[in-house]
Design a binder for this molecule. Structure first.
Ligand code: ADP
Length: 272
């Protein structure tokens, strides 16, 4: 089924509530020491849905997506990916983490692109892409190479296969990071402020790749972003995080254009 058809089915179906989310957070809390960052997050992401996560700096956006990638553990609550529990509370309120093999399987469904690229500096960009399919998924070198070349072509870097990250611009590095996530064929892609470390003239080429992935793939996407116009353009749903809770969510129009939430209006005024 094409992405458009799938999305129409999901978004127009009266029974969309019955479609199993690809990821859900249930009453999730997170504290760092004395600081309570997240105070009861309930969030569901449906297959193929594009969600933009916005909010003031320090409101916990990155923490939310890092928990999905199992890079942070919640203080309390439940996180489910593709029907499998990552963390849950036992009856006596002890947080239980899935076992390692289970975690590996769940992580395989998720791709993440970071603000600071996180490429391996001693590997060519082709090797950067081939590494996880071979070492995490056990794919053959040949298969990993073919698909990595295909994904690097998709992000417009098919002529740079043998280059090292240090030889690329920031925008190009970020496009490699996207190809590297895509080669794992994730069901959900997480983008953590992927343009905020870039010079302004390099932002466009990175957004263009995300736009293309959003149009093509059946993947769900969660984007932490300060690019409000971009969120308006590609998101199905915008979620505003403030003071540790989801203070507002809805279509881009509802949240970015017509909300009466004072904190949100004040936050958005900084981008106009
Ligand atoms: P955002 O992405 O919205 O800017 P973050 O999720 O990065 O917010 O951070 C939320 C809060 O949690 C901030 O106050 C930050 O300093 C704190 N924080 C994040 N990660 C850690 C950590 N590993 N140790 C201590 N505090 C952290």
């Amino acid at each position: 089924m094409s992405e458009t058809a799938l999305k129409e089915k999901i978004l127009s179906s009266p029974s969309q509530d019955s479609i199993q989310p690809i990821a859900s957070y249930k009453d999730v809390y997170k504290s760092f020491g004395e600081v309570d960052v997240l105070k009861g997050i309930d969030l569901e992401i449906k297959p193929a849905e594009k969600v933009a996560l916005i909010g003031p700096s320090g409101s916990g956006k990155t923490t939310i997506i890092r928990m999905l990638m199992t890079l942070e553990e919640p203080t309390a609550g439940e996180i489910i990916v593709n029907g499998q529990n990552l963390w849950h509370m036992e009856r006596r309120r002890k947080l239980v983490r899935a076992n390692e093999s289970h975690l590996r399987e769940v992580r395989g469904d998720i791709g993440m692109v970071f603000q600071h690229f996180n490429l391996f500096p001693h590997m060519t960009i082709l090797e950067n892409c081939m590494s996880a399919p071979i070492h995490v998924k056990g794919e053959s070198k040949e298969m990993a190479r073919d698909y990595s070349v295909e994904m690097l072509n998709k992000v417009g870097l098919g002529d740079k296969l043998e280059n090292y990250p240090s030889q690329l611009s920031g925008g190009q590095k970020q496009r490699v990071a996207m190809a590297r996530a895509l080669v794992m064929r994730p069901k959900i892609m997480l983008f953590d402020e992927v343009t905020s470390a870039l010079d302004p003239e390099l932002v466009g080429e990175v957004l263009e790749v995300i736009r293309q992935i959003a149009k093509e793939g059946e993947m769900a996407m969660v984007l932490v972003t300060h690019e409000m116009d971009f969120a308006q353009e590609i998101a199905d749903r915008v979620v505003f995080l403030d003071n540790g809770v989801i203070a507002e969510q809805g279509t881009p129009d509802e949240v970015l254009m017509h909300s009466e939430n004072e904190r949100l209006v004040s936050f958005l005024s900084r981008f106009r």
